[in-house]
Design a protein around this ligand. Structure first.
Ligand code: AMP
Ligand code: MG
Length: 347
């Protein structure tokens, strides 16, 4: 942290922000929601009102989108008799977007992995390696085709299918917070929701914000970065196996599941950061795509980037020690040479 001055660490839970220099005038709020310490800073406009409203919204979204709270809208759908429920406009729209991301990513992003994540114990923190037959049985209910959007706000799930918005909820929350900041005329802001970062307005000194991208090989070290991203306005969202995993018989099992197999994705990537401009809805997109690209692996992920289906840039860290950055980030990303990765700009 000290080495680079004031950094916003994409992956740090707490302590990712330090106030110094121009940041001293920033007001901040800390929220614990969605199982994450969230840190918000803002200045200019109706800062206080914006932070208060953002805080309220983050708690509300936690209550509505959580899979483990029985009273959440998601749980009501997952446990609905006949699998059908009126879920409200917000959740319906988010599910609709999630299904679009499944489609666009060839199924790499999939909100119906819920029962599979549970079988691995990631939902309840009761880690275990499920038997192959158990997974096969559960996998029969996985796939976007098992989710049906009805009239109005009705959604229905096929028997045995359940949804989990864990790979998209924080990104959506960052979009909601960004909208609140805009409405309240906030001039400078940083919002860090556990791996999901949104910044606006550059820092008060007129420079871009600096975002440290966590080195996935050293997750326990708070200031171990593969590099620094400079950005005034936009989203940066990181997915990595190191964010949640357990070890059994010497093998590591992490929380990002390959929908093609039901097993933790072994794609050769250890982390993926998706970066985009701060346009409306981009936080949700970055969150969905960071998870999807992690599952896809290097080749498919870069082909997907090149296809231009979505407007984003990416930072990939590979298991074999390479750090790949897409061409659009060449001028705004600086690799940290001490991290020891072979750096490559791809086009
Ligand atoms: P993220 O940290 O955004 O990459 O999201 C990971 C979380 O999303 C996991 O903890 C699961 O709850 C869920 N998940 C795991 N694999 C997938 C996948 N392939 N597509 C969508 N959600 C997933
Ligand atoms: Mg995600």
């Amino acid at each position: 942290m000290r080495r680079f001055g004031a950094l916003l660490a994409a992956l740090l839970l707490a302590g990712g922000l330090t106030a110094c220099g121009g940041e001293a005038e920033m007001q901040s709020a800390q929220v614990f929601a969605m199982d994450t310490v969230m840190i918000l800073t803002a200045s200019g406009g109706e800062t206080e009102a914006a932070l208060k409203a953002a805080e309220d919204e983050l708690y509300r979204l936690d209550r509505e989108l959580s899979r483990t709270r029985e009273s959440s809208a998601v749980s009501r759908l997952n446990s609905a008799p006949e699998g059908a429920a009126e879920v409200g406009e917000e959740l319906r729209d988010l599910i609709a977007r999630a299904l679009d991301f499944s489609d666009a990513t060839g199924g790499a992003f999939d909100i119906t992995l819920a029962p599979v994540s549970s079988a691995w114990g990631f939902t309840e923190d009761a880690y275990r390696v499920p038997a192959r037959e158990e997974l096969e049985e559960l996998m029969a209910h996985v796939g976007a085709e098992h989710v049906h959007l009805g009239d109005g706000t009705a959604v229905s799930l096929d028997p045995g299918t359940q949804i989990d918005l864990g790979a998209i909820a924080k990104g959506y929350a960052s979009d909601v917070v960004a909208a609140i900041c805009r409405e309240n005329g906030v001039a400078h802001s940083t919002v860090s929701l556990g791996g999901n970062v949104w910044v606006c307005g550059g820092n008060p000194e007129g420079k871009p914000w600096q975002i440290g991208i966590q080195d996935p090989a050293r997750p326990e070290e708070a200031d171990a970065y593969v590099g620094i991203l400079r950005m005034s306005d936009g989203f940066a969202v990181t997915s990595g196996g190191y964010q949640r995993y357990f070890e059994e018989d010497g093998k590591l099992y992490h929380h990002i599941i390959d929908p093609a197999t039901g097993y933790p994705a072994e794609s050769g990537l250890t982390s993926v950061t998706v970066v985009s401009e701060g346009t409306e809805g981009s936080g949700t997109m970055c969150d969905a795509l960071s998870t999807a690209l992690f599952v896809m692996g290097e080749e498919r992920a870069l082909d997907f980037w090149r296809s231009g289906t979505f407007d984003f840039e990416a930072i990939l860290v590979t298991e074999d020690g390479r750090l790949l950055v897409t061409a659009g980030l060449e001028d705004s990303f600086t690799p940290d040479e001490t991290a020891g990765y072979a750096y490559e700009v791809v086009s």
